[in-house]
Design a protein around this ligand. Structure first.
Ligand code: CO8
Length: 260
């Protein structure tokens, strides 16, 4: 039996997905991206799961990029026709409404860094290394590296990484704004899952609404974003969970969200 390319595990209300090509530092090919897409959609459809965590197997890499061995002999038409990996973002953008945390435990390079940036939040281990080294291969980032990285860390740092191909360590990634938190290497994934469990205890529809609003900030003018946020804020008052959350606060007890 062939090895599973993406391992899927439920930990309470947290869905943990692990890229599983450790010998190739979890390099991304069409098969692993299809498996990841399927696994994400399965958790999206599972009402018991509120938050998804994505990490890499082995202790060396989240993902060391697109699979260079698979790509090396491709012609322009091969890449164009296959839209190599490109369709994955469509799934993330339109179908995955639950929060996805990238737990980056080692190298997140090229497509690996781009995959982490497609997630809603990046938590890095102290050993994490980020980079867009495509320039060394005679190509450029093709999954958002020039766009998302620039929005995340600004032009100066993005130009530095994209034009020199150098790697950025976890501390620099955190101070640059790419990474939300840096955690010790020891028990790293378990600690990220704990953070995810904390989020997963909240109302699932409200988590989705909050995610949608933060993402809107990247696509709209400030005025449009503020309008959008206000409408969604109003909409939360139609939820039982808003009634429960505020009642629990007033009654000095823990809320019991029903996800409705
Ligand atoms: N693709 C395929 N195999 C890889 C990759 C990769 N990206 N990265 C590592 N591997 C393999 C190695 O070939 C090696 O396999 P083998 O033992 O069979 O030779 C194994 O993983 C271990 O790697 P190393 O021996 O090189 O390990 P080191 O610790 O010496 O080095 C590094 C680790 C620094 C991470 C090094 O492996 C490296 O530089 N890897 C390549 C990083 C890179 O350039 N990434 C960018 C790839 S291009 C890309 O991602 C473009 C995305 C655009 C998508 C476009 C869609 C439209």
């Amino acid at each position: 039996m062939s090895e599973q390319l993406v391992l899927s595990e439920k930990r309470g209300k947290v869905g943990l997905l692990t890229l599983n090509r450790p010998k190739a530092l979890n390099a991304l090919n069409n098969e692993i991206m299809q498996a990841l897409s399927d696994a994400l959609l399965a958790f999206e459809q599972d009402e018991g799961i509120h938050v998804i965590v994505l990490t890499g197997s082995g202790d060396k890499a989240f993902a060391a990029g697109a699979d260079i061995k698979a790509m090396q002999s491709w012609s322009y038409m091969d890449v164009y026709k296959s839209d190599y990996i490109g369709g994955f973002w469509e799934t993330m953008k339109t179908s995955i409404r639950k929060p996805v945390i990238a737990a980056v435990n080692g190298f997140a390079l090229g497509g690996g860094c781009e995959l982490a940036m497609m997630c809603d939040m990046i938590i890095a281990s102290e050993s994490a290394k980020f980079g867009q080294p495509e320039i060394k291969l005679g190509t450029i980032p093709g999954l958002g590296g020039t766009q998302r990285l620039t929005r995340a860390i600004g032009k100066a740092k993005a130009m530095d990484l994209v034009l020199t191909g150098r790697f950025m360590d976890a501390a620099e990634a955190e101070s640059s704004g790419l990474v939300a938190r840096v955690l010790p290497v020891e028990n790293f994934v378990d600690e990220v899952v704990k953070i995810a469990e904390g989020m997963a205890a909240f109302s699932s529809p409200v988590l989705m609404m909050a995610k949608q609003c933060v993402n809107a900030a990247l696509e709209t003018t400030l005025e449009q974003g503020l309008q959008y946020e206000r409408r969604v804020f109003h909409a939360t008052f139609a939820l039982e969970d808003q009634k429960e959350g505020m009642a629990a606060f007033v009654e000095k007890r823990a809320p019991n969200f029903k996800n409705m």
